[in-house]
Design a protein around this ligand. Structure first.
Ligand code: ADP
Ligand code: GLC
Length: 485
């Protein structure tokens, strides 16, 4: 099957979170099982620099306010996966993040930038842009890519079916209703049964309403988002799609996250030879300025600092953790109030609490390899990858029992889980973890059980291929359409 994946970010070129890791690893895993897979990305400077052997396949537009743009076809670095890149200098060749300007404000033209991405996917599917290749199925990731599903639904002759994956329902791509005319879609798409959302336009709804199948990144999150507590206002829309919504757990990329081969580490190790992990711990204590105490449990957080991640709970239990002789090393960026709260804690407890504000990929590997425990106390978590990296690295996860965290960490067997999002509940789970840590054989059994877990992409890739078949059948039998006016 010919499959086109489109997304705003991909590791190692552009990454703000786990989405980039998934978009880098899932397509090659599908290709390994025989699918003919290509990627479609916006031409951010790092993408234009990183993609190999790029050649022009089509001239686009003018469209979405860009006077001149071209569609390139090249190869991803490392995996060699074929990748289309939209080189639209006016929209994408800028410094800053994919969604935000350097100061942290959203790019004011995100509607045009991401509608364009979806529009190109639909036109590739109609065979207009590359006469040598057209997808039979378009797989769109998160709101940035969701408009592809609406453009496909608006062009009935297009054969391609669509799958939309929700990586995080909290980010929805909501824009003023007045800007709907910039989308080039018929008026019937602007009704509440389509893209209209409380007087605005919601890109996430384009995926939820018009994809032939909707998936999310864990079975538990798939159930949670049908409830008002986790549905971020879209739970009714999710319930409306009923049997068309499912959850497929993310995997991890063994080429990138493997303690036996990880080039970011001073010492490599495996489940049956954990001595190298102790060397990584000593190196981390030295690098982070923590006291060189091999017996101290070292806890780590590697995370976006946002309210989603529940890190205020970590701050609340910190005095108790320190009383137990534990050390904490945090790496993250985001919410300035969380950054400064952790900075104050690090300043108040030199040698016991360390903070690195910033985004640093290889340092993230050293933190996850060197720590004993990784904390992921999220308020909600669609899947979560850092607890999976923890499992792979013998770094025992302590997590809140939500979303993908609930589906991947077995309480008392591979990690520790708590229910209520309260400091009290987190503290109780941490006390159980620290007790286990004090019992060396028990701890090693926990580490080895986590490291033995099969976390690769082969299983999830098979599940996506089955979902693609379902989506193609659904497209044939009852294509999604906007209701008439
Ligand atoms: P989310 O996508 O919600 O941020 P995930 O756990 O799915 O959460 O993925 C986060 C990804 O981003 C992981 O690969 C993690 O290692 C990485 N990451 C988060 N913060 C940092 C940071 N400050 N430095 C390096 N990597 C980070
Ligand atoms: C989102 C979610 C995270 C998930 C990631 C990749 O960013 O917040 O839980 O692991 O996407 O699917």
């Amino acid at each position: 099957m010919k499959v086109l994946h489109l997304a705003a970010e991909v590791f190692p070129l552009v990454k703000t979170g786990g989405l980039a890791d998934v978009v880098a690893a899932l397509p090659p895993a599908l290709a390994a099982q025989g699918a003919d897979v290509r990627l479609l990305l916006p031409g951010h400077p790092a993408v234009l620099d990183g993609v190999k052997h790029a050649k022009t396949v089509a001239t686009l537009g003018p469209a979405f306010g860009a006077a001149r743009s071209t569609l390139l076809l090249g190869r991803m670095p490392k995996t060699d996966l074929p990748v289309y890149v939209i080189d639209a200098p006016f929209h994408y060749r800028r410094e800053g993040g994919p969604y935000q300007a350097p100061g942290g404000s959203e790019w004011p033209d995100n509607l045009q930038r991401y509608a364009f991405l979806g529009w190109v996917a639909a036109h590739l599917a109609s065979g207009e842009l590359d006469d040598k290749w057209a997808p039979e199925l378009v797989h769109a990731h998160d709101w940035h890519a969701a408009m592809a599903c609406a453009y496909l639904a608006a062009h009935p002759p297009t054969a391609a079916a669509s799958v939309f994956t929700v990586h995080n329902l909290a980010y929805q791509g909501v824009f003023p209703h007045d800007d709907a005319r910039l989308l080039g879609l018929p008026a019937r798409f602007m009704q509440p049964e389509a893209l209209e959302f409380h007087g605005q336009i919601c890109f996430m709804k384009a995926g939820l309403k018009f994809a032939d199948r909707v998936s999310t990144v864990s079975p538990t999150y798939a159930r949670e988002i049908a409830t008002p507590e986790f549905g971020a206002g879209l739970d009714g829309v999710i319930r409306g799609r009923n049997g068309a919504v499912s959850g497929i757990l993310n995997g991890i990329d063994d080429q990138v996250w493997n303690p036996a081969t990880d080039s970011a580490l001073g010492s490599r190790y495996r489940a049956d030879a954990l001595a190298g992990k102790a060397a990584n711990k000593a190196a981390l204590q030295a690098e982070a300025g923590l006291a060189p105490r091999p017996e101290a449990p070292v806890l780590t957080v590697v995370s976006r600092l946002s309210s989603q991640k529940g890190l205020d709970l970590v701050l609340a239990v910190l005095p108790e953790l320190l009383r137990h002789g534990a050390q904490l090393v945090v790496q993250g960026t985001g919410d300035p109030s969380l950054e400064s709260a952790f900075a104050i804690a690090a300043h108040a407890h030199p040698g016991a609490v360390a903070l690195h504000v910033g985004y640093d990929e290889s340092r993230a590997h050293r933190l996850i390899a060197g720590a004993d425990i990784i904390l992921v106390p999220s308020r909600f978590e669609p899947c979560g990858l850092t607890q999976l990296y923890g499992l792979r690295y013998g770094t025992v996860p302590v997590v809140r029992r939500v979303g993908g965290l609930a589906d991947t960490v077995a309480d008392g067997e591979t990690g520790f889980a708590f229910g209520e999002a309260t400091p009290f509940a987190l503290q109780a789970a941490l006390e159980r973890a620290l007790q286990a840590y004090a019992d060396a054989p028990r701890w090693q059994a926990l580490q080895q059980a986590g490291m033995a877990q099969n976390l690769g992409w082969a299983g999830p890739a098979r599940a996506y291929l089955a979902l693609y078949d379902e989506a193609c059948r659904a497209r044939r039998d009852s294509p999604r359409q906007a209701p008439s006016l």
